[in-house]
Design a protein around this ligand. Structure first.
Ligand code: NAD
Length: 266
């Protein structure tokens, strides 16, 4: 495996179909914690209790205060986040090459950085849907901040669960079209469609994939770079801890991605 930035830049520059595949690591420097790292989210909120809808409902009923703590810990950092230099460098690369972003992230920071095609295979916290996915609307980051503040307020005091549900009403509840909630993929759910089918097709056609901040442990999303490689693409991996792919550029997203794009296009 190589670790040569110039070699990676050569593949990016000569790519006709570039895919950037991102995980939680790309948003870490925007202040959103990853889940699996040593200081990650699952340490405090074990997935057995929080990572699927059934467990979440049980936790809400049995431990409403803990449920509120969890919601606040997920929502507040995403509400406060802004795209970082890595998100922006990926958006800017569209001026030079055909780029498609496929992301596991639910934070919509690629869109906000200016990326025009981003497939969110795990959905988005800012997109609200009904059960049949017939209706969808978006909440702004400002509205998300108001929800986070309201949850913070509701978790201190009596009758925590009803007050938290009221605080959440912009994101989840019962409306005229039935139940509505954020379009999120939790453990055991099928991936978001049509994002997943399109992503599979796009990686099969890619000649170069830059993978940024992905542990490779989240299946089936982690199969995408492997599928691209099996179809002949070069896989460049940007991550401080986790080496895989043809070229491993070891470092954080903000340290490496802008440098890589600059080396490729200037
Ligand atoms: P993951 O599997 O994507 O792993 C995180 C990876 O990021 C690790 O390999 C780690 O070494 C790397 N990393 C840490 N800091 C980095 C940095 N500054 N720059 C580049 N790489 C860095 O993600 P996970 O944390 O196990 O999360 C699992 C799933 O949960 C994700 O796939 C996503 O759906 C969701 N999630 C989303 C967000 C978000 O929307 N920002 C945040 C956390 C988790």
């Amino acid at each position: 495996m190589s670790n040569d930035l110039e070699e990676a830049a050569w593949y990016v520059r000569h790519s006709e179909r570039l895919v950037v595949f991102t995980g939680a690591g790309i948003s870490a420097e925007s202040g959103i914690p990853t889940f699996r790292d040593d200081d990650g989210f699952w340490r405090e909120f074990p997935p057995e209790q929080f990572a699927n809808w059934g467990q979440l409902i049980k936790t809400a009923i049995r431990e409403p205060h803990r449920f509120a703590q969890f919601l606040h810990a997920v929502i507040a950092p995403i509400a406060a986040a802004e795209p970082n230099a890595a998100h922006r460098a990926i958006a800017d690369a569209e001026r030079h090459v055909d780029v498609t972003v496929v992301t596991q992230n639910i934070d919509r920071l690629h869109w906000e950085a200016g990326t025009t095609t981003s497939h969110e295979v795990h959905g988005s916290l800012l997109e609200i849907v009904d059960r049949r996915r017939r209706f969808r609307r978006y909440v702004s980051r400002r509205q998300l901040r108001q929800v986070a503040d309201a949850i913070d307020h509701a978790r201190h005091g009596l009758l925590v669960l009803p007050r938290v549900m009221w605080a959440l009403r912009r994101l989840a509840g019962m409306g005229i079209r039935g139940i509505y909630y954020p379009n999120l993929v939790l453990f055991g759910d099928a991936l978001s469609e049509p994002a997943w089918s399109r992503s599979l097709q796009i990686v099969e056609e890619a000649d170069c994939v830059i993978q940024v901040g992905c542990s490779g442990m989240v299946l089936p999303a982690a199969l995408l770079p492997r599928t691209a490689k099996a179809n002949g693409a070069t896989v460049i991996n940007v991550d401080p801890h986790h080496g895989e792919g043809d070229i491993w550029l070891q470092g954080t997203a903000v340290e490496i991605v802008p440098k890589l794009m600059q080396a490729a296009f200037s």
